[in-house]
Design a protein around this ligand. Structure first.
Ligand code: PL6
Length: 428
């Protein structure tokens, strides 16, 4: 249940000293963060709405959180492992910080077969969001960063927290020292690299959150060449790769030369429903070297060993079951179910006849809807107030998201159909 949680930020905290204060100074980087993290903010708006309309049946198409049960073959593998911990012969303590070797091998086999990714280059974790922060610890504050605009907010917020960013500029809605690679309907959803400044790190998400766009092979070749020419490292987020239904690359390592310039993070959250179970992985290729020739993988291994004691053994048993033939087949049916939801959402907005433009939903569980001339927070509020449907205002993903909303396809089918009916009643 949603508890009222005030997120204390610079904007809603007054500096009056009340009661005892320590002498510890606040981290100046935390001061730079402009508002609460986007998704708890959405939850806060949702809570306020339910308090205002206690009888409304809310439909949550905001935070990209899975809703369908995990197939029995996977949950029973976790239960079996958990029960074995009650026996002398079955009990296990700390595992390898890098992950269970059988699981690392299964990830290599399932997602990187014939791509030359080896199991020792795969680091199992408690989720991609956590790995983003561990990678930021690895990189430190003296690197320059580029992000897509709009983009998943964790890249920017973690860059601010570790000190890579300068001050926030109210007038542009951007942080200094971060390069925002604008992309959208007017440039085929891929940034113009010919006008993009060089940075040490390039965060790139495909299929993209929030736009749902999957970069083409040609575009990713450009990205790899751009990174190679600039001596940059790509951090490629493939959390939604299992939703790709066309020939778009599922991994950056499908692109020749990528192992010398890219790290890939991914997750069990969106294809296995592990958003609350917590399991992900990061690929750091042996060929990826710092400017002094030192392998990045060695330092990432040190970060993992020092700052993380490995993913839960129970959850890793579940991960292994996900990648079994039967488990993966069962999960593919769930991914198809969400794809069907996305199709209904795309058709709904396309049918409204307003001057709006509908993107995404084909290779990702997100539909990206543009209401030209409207503020995305106004659209978000109008839809919430008049249809009790939660979406995410595009502006929350960066200045490039203005005029858009993101609609998640994660939901029970009857909720998606009801949302479709309500939107048609509102706008038709
Ligand atoms: C591109 C991308 N990468 C990583 C994640 C989080 O992955 P996990 O930490 O493995 O669950 C996400 C999760 N996104 C959800 C949930 C966000 C959240 O609650 O932090 C969303 O965009 O609604 C993501 O979109």
């Amino acid at each position: 249940s949603l508890q009222p949680k005030t997120t204390w930020t610079s904007s809603n905290f007054s500096n009056e000293k009340s009661g005892h204060c320590t002498s510890v100074p606040r981290n100046a980087n935390m001061e730079k963060l402009r508002s609460g993290y986007l998704f708890p903010e959405i939850s806060r708006h949702e809570l306020e709405h339910t308090q205002k309309c206690p009888h409304a049946r809310l439909i949550r198409l905001g935070i990209g959180d899975t809703t369908e049960p995990i197939p029995e073959i996977i949950t029973s593998a976790m239960a079996e492992h958990a029960h074995a911990l009650s026996t002398v012969q079955g009990y296990r303590g700390y595992g390898a910080e890098q992950g269970n070797m059988a699981l690392r091998r299964a990830i290599a086999e399932t997602f990187y077969r014939d791509l030359g990714v080896k199991e020792n280059e795969i680091f199992v974790s408690d989720g991609a969001q956590c790995d983003i922060s561990r990678l930021q610890m690895l990189l430190g504050s003296n690197v320059s960063v580029a992000v897509q605009d709009p983009s998943f907010p964790a890249y920017i917020d973690s860059s601010v927290i570790v000190g890579q960013a300068g001050k926030f500029q109210e007038e542009t809605g951007k942080y200094e020292n971060i390069v925002y690679m604008k992309y959208g309907h007017d440039n085929n959803f891929f940034p113009d690299l010919s006008t993009t400044s060089r940075t040490d790190i390039i965060f790139f998400c495909s299929p993209n959150n929030p736009t749902g766009y999957a970069a083409s092979r040609q575009q990713l070749k450009q990205l790899v060449e751009f990174a190679k020419a600039n001596g940059s490292i790509i951090i490629y987020d493939s959390a939604y790769s299992t939703y790709i239904s066309d020939e778009s690359p599922r991994s950056i390592f499908e692109i020749p030369g990528a192992k010398e310039v890219a790290i890939e993070i991914s997750s069990f959250s969106k294809f296995a429903g592990f958003t609350g179970v917590r399991l992900g992985w990061t690929v750091v290729p042996e060929d990826l070297k710092y400017s002094n020739g030192f392998p990045v993988m060695n330092d990432y291994d040190r970060i993992v060993c020092t700052c993380f004691n490995g993913a839960s053994s129970v959850v890793q048993a579940g991960g292994l079951a996900c990648l079994s033939k039967e488990g993966y087949r069962a999960l593919s049916r769930v991914v198809d179910y969400y794809r069907g939801n996305a199709e209904i959402i795309v058709d709904t907005f396309a049918s409204l006849g307003l001057n709006l433009k509908v993107y995404g939903g084909r290779n990702a569980p997100y539909v990206w809807v543009r209401f030209p001339g409207y503020s995305s927070w106004d659209i978000f509020s109008e839809i919430l107030e008049k249809t009790h449907i939660v979406t995410v205002p595009g502006r929350g993903f960066g200045p490039g998201g203005e005029e858009y909303i993101r609609v998640s396809a994660f939901g029970h089918r009857e909720c998606i159909l009801e949302a479709s009916r309500r939107l048609k009643n509102l706008y038709k």
